[in-house]
Write a protein that binds this ligand. Structure first.
Ligand SMILES: Cc1cc2nc3c(=O)[nH]c(=O)nc-3n(C[C@H](O)[C@H](O)[C@H](O)COP(=O)(O)OP(=O)(O)OC[C@H]3O[C@@H](n4cnc5c(N)ncnc54)[C@H](O)[C@@H]3O)c2cc1C
Length: 314
């Protein structure tokens, strides 16, 4: 992606921390004392965004800790393939899920099938953030003690892990101020339970490019931003909610709700046809909504609605 951006003429400046935005210029000031001006500033500065505060008029509504954290780890596929208890997991490309009380583990292959990626979500009581690497691994093993022996075997192969706090963004009432727009996690941090945070950020970029392609004059940038904000806020907010809901569905303690969920998921687990599932990842209607979304088309539709409503063109 970096190479492609450079080919397209993008100048990439590293180690350039933004400390201040002027949304009308627009321009920004860097920590090193220099400043940069532009026609439009697009800030994708993540969960701890500086731009978000500016966009919201100086009062930030930062993403909130959700009471959950995740250990992320990778294991070499070759190590797993050598173990007959585990090798069956790798026979076909798939996403594997272990569910339990307030915890779940999801795994899938990455890196052209050479690496086994693991996300181990668990309750976060605020402790365990200043521990050594060895202590973090020991904590991780303790969180999933007594779970499926296959999973325990894989967890025992983890040599290194990182613990991430999980945030979910407060719903913002705007993403734009003047000629500054926020997108990605800065605008809509979400629990990673639909694995859509980065995907939605990429959709944002596609949608913004499509909205800007509609205009022929810098004077019309606010129109493009307004269409972008309307379409993307709705989409991102829905994905934030789906991610929260996924956490509820995956984290039932043993009992009637867990039994009903498991019964409803049984057809997919057994490879039988199904028309709906409480697992949103495989529920056909949710799949269509989640993966069938066309960010460019949604901007086109919104643009057409606006043109019809006004009876004019940009
Ligand atoms: C455990 C976990 C698992 C996940 N799994 C998935 C997954 O499977 N699929 C998926 O789509 N998403 C997943 N996500 C979510 C994904 O990581 C984020 O949604 C994505 O990284 C957001 O991208 P972003 O560019 O908006 O922000 P970031 O990736 O956070 O990038 C922000 C950048 O801005 C820079 N920055 C911050 N402040 C400033 C400043 N003042 N000046 C200059 N630069 C600044 C930062 O240094 C950083 O480089 C997961 C997240 C977690 C925590």
């Amino acid at each position: 992606m970096h190479a492609l951006a450079v080919d397209l003429g993008v100048a990439v400046n590293l180690a350039s921390k933004v400390v201040l935005y002027d949304v009308e210029g627009p321009s920004l000031s860097l920590e090193n004392g220099s400043s940069v001006s532009a026609d439009l500033i697009v800030a994708a500065d993540g969960v701890n965004s500086t731009a978000r505060r500016t966009v919201q008029g100086g009062t930030d509504h930062p993403p909130q800790r959700t009471g959950f954290a995740a250990y992320r780890a990778v294991v070499d596929i070759d190590r797993l393939q050598g173990d007959p208890d585990i090798a069956w997991l790798l026979e076909k490309p798939s996403f594997n899920l272990w569910l339990g009380d307030k915890r779940h583990v999801m795994t899938y292959a990455i890196g052209a099938g050479k690496t086994f990626n693991m996300v181990l979500s668990h309750p976060d009581d605020g402790s365990g953030w200043d521990t050594t690497e060895e202590e973090t691994i020991a904590d991780m093993r303790k969180e999933f003690e007594g779970w499926d022996p296959v999973l325990s075997k894989i967890i025992n192969m983890i040599d290194k892990t990182l613990k991430w706090p999980l945030f979910s963004g407060s719903i913002m009432n705007r993403w734009i101020s003047g000629k500054l727009v926020v997108l990605g996690d800065a605008a809509h941090a979400m629990l990673p339970y639909m694995s859509q945070g980065a995907a939605i950020a990429v959709e944002d970029g596609v949608a913004l490019a499509q909205a800007l392609s509609k205009i022929t004059s810098k004077a019309h940038i606010p129109h493009a931003l307004s269409a972008f904000e309307k379409v993307r806020m709705q989409r991102a907010n829905q994905m934030q909610e789906a991610s929260l809901l996924q956490g509820k569905l995956w984290h039932f303690a043993d009992g009637p709700a867990q039994q009903a969920r498991d019964a409803a998921m049984r057809p997919e687990v057994e490879g039988r046809p199904f028309s709906h599932s409480p697992n949103q990842w495989s529920d056909p209607a949710t799949q269509m909504w989640c993966y069938g979304y066309d960010a460019e088309r949604e901007i086109d539709l919104e643009w057409d609605r606006r043109l019809k409503g006004r009876g004019d063109s940009q």
